[in-house]
Design a protein around this ligand. Structure first.
Ligand SMILES: [Zn+2]
Ligand SMILES: [Zn+2]
Length: 147
């Protein structure tokens, strides 16, 4: 590992070299609980590969299927662990309001705990919390040409 990624706490979690309990892991992503949960259930899904922020994602198959997979894993975990929840939120903080420079999908099963925590997850245009679905729309590759 290079110096930059060996100091990244999320890379260390992805390598399973911390005491953090992994809720899910496969060759692309890992999932674990947010250390400061803001809702009844609050999980983070991160790519195993070190991708700093949403700004590093591009309109291409590779990135689209990665984010799509992160969202799938998040939904599966929340539906399993918080089936009674009436609202789920899935999204990303955008720089400079992201806490760690390693892409992470926040997966929340509401209600927020405490209630004021919701202010951190408001969509504030280009700098706010971006819903996973909107991000997917933005990086969706154009239709492949049929041959
Ligand atoms: Zn990292
Ligand atoms: Zn975050």
């Amino acid at each position: 590992m290079s110096g930059a990624t060996s100091r990244c706490i999320f890379c260390q979690i992805a390598q399973n070299s911390t005491s953090t309990t992994l809720l899910h892991h496969d060759d692309k992503v890992v999932a674990f609980q947010d250390i400061r949960p803001a809702a009844f259930r609050h999980y983070l899904i991160i790519p195993v590969e070190h991708i700093p922020t949403t700004k590093d994602l591009q309109r291409r198959d590779e990135d689209y299927s990665l984010v799509n997979h992160m969202l799938d894993v998040g939904k599966t975990l929340l539906h399993r662990d918080a089936p009674q929840s009436k609202q789920y939120r899935f999204g990303f903080h955008q720089p400079p309001f992201n806490s760690v420079d390693h892409l992470h999908l926040h997966c929340l099963a509401l209600p927020f705990t405490p209630r004021w925590k919701h202010i951190k997850y408001l969509p504030l245009g280009p700098i706010g919390f971006v819903e996973a679905e909107s991000l997917l729309e933005k990086i969706k590759p154009s239709q492949p040409v049929m041959s």
